[in-house]
Design a protein around this ligand. Structure first.
Ligand code: ADP
Length: 453
């Protein structure tokens, strides 16, 4: 096992990783930007090193500065968290060449799944059902039109190097396909440094169902049930739950076994997520694989009792995975609300600033993963995630009730946050019924926003 780890991240996930390390008896080194001097991860770690200016490219994406910090602090491993360098194969390679263990998958794993066309082709070979669409990059409008004719409208244009729900465009006819193609290519170039796009059939009223897997270096892979992440806005997740009310034990096993097969096909190592879309007729399709720990991992931890960060660290240190598939049981229901510093009444505009008054929710069956505290100033430079509020119940109804109660205790003043948005959302009859597809929030947005708290 490692004795010292550097955490190449910030915010709640850096805090989460520090907590796991402390419980494992591992010393921690935080890195921080000049804007994060007062951040909680800096205070909680055993050591902290400033790695550059506020903009991510100068700090949390600054590979030479991070590697230098790791060398100076003499760590054996780096945990990248999610976002920033977590899915950068170049960074994973550099770590390995500097004899620092990258706590995550191999650079080859990241590369193969990072290119979405490549991932589609690989998963097709592994025998996973995949969404009808392009077999390779769509180069021009004739190719786009041909593909759309073959698979039928609506279609979605996606960036080959995309991520974070960005750069996707839904098209309902030839005219919108042609006009969106160029824009999508330009957006892909700006956001991901790669203009390549492809086309898939747009699956309407689907559920986003993802399977968590853990894989060790010796080819042992297990699945930890699913998460339903259908509550999204602009293709970005707002609330996640496990298990999904749309998945029964038979389907869970089917998807789980496919996810394990996918992981084995690419000799995957570490925690990973295989994402599927489940359509209203229960057809399911492989969407993509995320080669990192996910934001929403706590809901899986709550229902399985498995600490995924600790498992990632153990796997990276070369230990064999001790968990057997038959030992994994899904107990109860967990729900996570992402609390963002955003003004939901004003198109979810970011709302940075100083937290003057803070009351954190607590009590039975409530977990809060956060880096905020009273007096903390939310910087403008990073994403707006302030906290992940997770509640656990014997069943979904109970988890929702506890979430309602916990949200009502959560006061963050004077910052505008999504706390009240979630309070309104989880009271919606369709949400309570569990009858909510990926289109639900967009379709009901006005109604939810206008509802009384
Ligand atoms: P990213 O890597 O940017 O997060 P994903 O491929 O995971 O992109 O997709 C994010 C979300 O976009 C999905 O959860 C889903 O809501 C929507 N989406 C992506 N592909 C499709 C599709 N073919 N049909 C319907 N929705 C889709």
């Amino acid at each position: 096992m490692f004795s010292k780890i550097l955490i190449a991240n910030r915010g709640e996930i850096a805090v989460r990783i520090i907590r796991a390390c402390k419980e494992l008896g591992i010393r921690t080194v935080a890195v921080y930007s000049e804007a994060d001097r007062e951040s909680l991860h800096v205070r909680l770690a055993d050591e902290a090193i400033c790695i550059g200016g506020p903009h991510s490219k100068n700090s949390y994406l600054n590979i030479p500065a991070i590697i230098s910090a790791a060398e100076i602090a003499d760590v054996e491993a780096i945990h990248p968290g999610y976002g920033f360098l977590a899915e950068n194969p170049h960074f994973a390679e550099i770590c390995e060449s500097c004899k620092i263990t990258f706590i995550g998958p191999t650079a080859e794993n990241i590369k193969s799944m990072g290119d979405k066309i490549n991932a589609r082709q690989l998963m097709q070979k592994a025998g996973l059902p995949f969404i009808p669409g392009s077999v390779s990059v769509v180069k021009n409008k004739d190719e786009a039109l041909k593909t759309a004719k073959r698979i039928g409208y609506p279609v979605i244009i996606k960036a080959v190097g995309g991520g974070g729900g960005k750069g996707m465009r839904i098209c309902h006819n030839d005219i919108s396909l042609i006009s969106n193609l160029m824009i999508a290519q330009q957006e892909a170039e700006v956001n991901f440094g790669n203009p390549a796009v492809y086309i898939e059939k747009y699956i309407e009223k689907a559920h986003h169902i993802e399977i968590q897997i853990l894989a060790d270096r010796y080819g042992h892979v297990v699945y930890l049930g699913e998460r339903d992440c259908s509550i999204q806005r602009k293709h970005q997740k707002l609330l996640e739950e496990s298990p999904s009310s749309r998945v029964d034990s038979k389907l869970r096993r089917r998807l789980g076994e496919l996810a394990v097969r996918a992981a084995k096909h690419i000799n995957y190592v570490s925690a990973g997520t295989v994402e599927f879309l489940l359509d209203p007729n229960n057809n399911f399709y492989f969407m993509e694989m995320n080669t990192r720990i996910q934001v929403e991992h706590p809901v899986t931890e709550m229902v399985t009792g498995i600490d995924m960060i600790k498992e990632q660290i153990r796997i990276a240190s070369g230990e064999k995975l001790k968990i057997r598939q038959e030992d994994i049981k899904i107990n109860g229901v967990a729900i996570e609300c992402r609390i963002n510093a955003e003004d939901y009444e004003n198109d979810f505009m970011p709302s940075p600033g100083k937290i003057e008054y803070l009351n954190l929710p607590g009590g039975p069956n409530v977990r809060l993963d956060t880096h905020i505290y009273q007096g903390y100033s939310i910087p403008i430079y990073y994403d707006s995630l302030l906290a992940k509020l997770i509640t656990y119940g014997k069943n979904r109804q109970e988890a929702i009730k506890i979430m309602e109660r916990a949200l009502s205790e959560f006061i963050i003043e004077p910052i505008k946050t999504t706390v009240d948005f979630h309070r309104k959302l989880i009271r919606h009859p369709a949400f309570i019924r569990g009858d909510v597809s990926i289109n639900f929030v967009e379709e009901m947005l006005k109604e939810i926003v206008k509802a009384e708290v």
